[in-house]
Design a protein. Structure first.
Length: 292
């Protein structure tokens, strides 16, 4: 089927903004031209791609399917243009990174600072998602590389994984509220007697700790599930429970918190840089990866 690339370009901008007017601004064409392009595309595909109403625009199921294929293609074209503009110099260009809020805050900031000082003309874009969702960003071409906790259930074939830092997870409690536990070793079974605070199910950390309990034939039902390790530590400090967090998050927190000693030690995990094996990365991303 021979369909003009410009029609897909218009579709992409309407689909991501869910607005004909916003798409017209991005494309520097009239709103009527946007509407006409969508009508032409729908006629060629013999499918309705959008549900239009006076208040909002929504993708149809067919439109959602098309977007899943068009978005990576558009991002791949943008990446190719960017790499050509970079040529053999690091004077300009951009680097797009996906990482969780925790990895950004406690690990990446010094490296981003150094890179920005050394290459001030390179645009740095960082997108915050959980490590699991970061893989989706990589697959859609929205980012050049991601920093993720490993193991990560979403990583399969087709990815290049570079391990950069080993870390351990720990259970953290407040001396004020759980001080009697400081000189004791607890089993996984005994831990279940206390309220556990942890990240939500859509995180690699949650996958990891649940698997640890399952290996001991135990079912972990957390008291609180959140999206922020910092907030977990804050809640642990006021006695709401025992927080499960990576050890590199703890150093900046109050000395009132202490790690629970376990009878069965937890295995280490890794921080890793991941990029697609099928899509070449640009000079800026290569130079940033060299820091590690």
């Amino acid at each position: 089927m021979d369909i003009n690339y410009e029609l897909y370009k218009v579709f992409y901008h309407v689909a991501v903004s869910l607005s004909f007017s916003e798409a017209s601004k991005k494309l520097y064409i009239s709103q009527s031209a946007v509407s006409q392009s969508i009508k032409v595309l729908e006629k060629k595909l013999n499918r309705t791609l959008f549900i239009r109403s006076t208040k909002k625009v929504q993708l149809t199921p067919e439109g959602e399917i098309l977007l899943r294929h068009v978005e990576p293609a558009m991002n791949l074209i943008k990446r190719g243009e960017s790499q050509l503009l970079e040529a053999d110099t690091l004077g300009n260009g951009q680097i797009r990174i996906g990482a969780s809020d925790t990895i950004c805050r406690y690990f990446l900031v010094p490296y981003l600072s150094r890179f920005h000082k050394e290459y001030p003309n390179i645009h740095i874009k960082v997108t915050n998602q959980t490590s699991i969702r970061c893989v989706d960003l990589l697959e859609s071409g929205s980012v050049d590389l991601i920093f993720t906790n490993y193991p990560n259930s979403r990583l399969g074939h087709g990815f290049h994984i570079q391990y950069i830092k080993k870390f351990y997870d720990c259970f953290i409690a407040s001396r004020k509220y759980y001080g009697e536990l400081e000189n004791h070793e607890l089993s996984f079974q005994e831990l279940l007697k206390y309220p556990i605070l942890m990240l939500g199910r859509n995180s690699t950390t949650s996958e990891f700790v649940h698997s640890m309990f399952q290996q001991h034939q135990l079912d972990l039902v957390p008291e609180i599930e959140l999206s922020s390790n910092d907030l977990l530590l804050d809640l642990a400090s006021i006695g709401l429970g025992i927080a499960f967090v990576p050890d590199f998050c703890v150093s900046r927190k109050s000395e009132e918190l202490f790690p629970i000693r376990l009878k069965s030690s937890l295995p280490p995990r890794q921080l890793a840089i991941v990029h697609s094996e099928q899509i070449p990365i640009g000079n800026a991303a290569k130079q940033f990866m060299n820091y590690f």
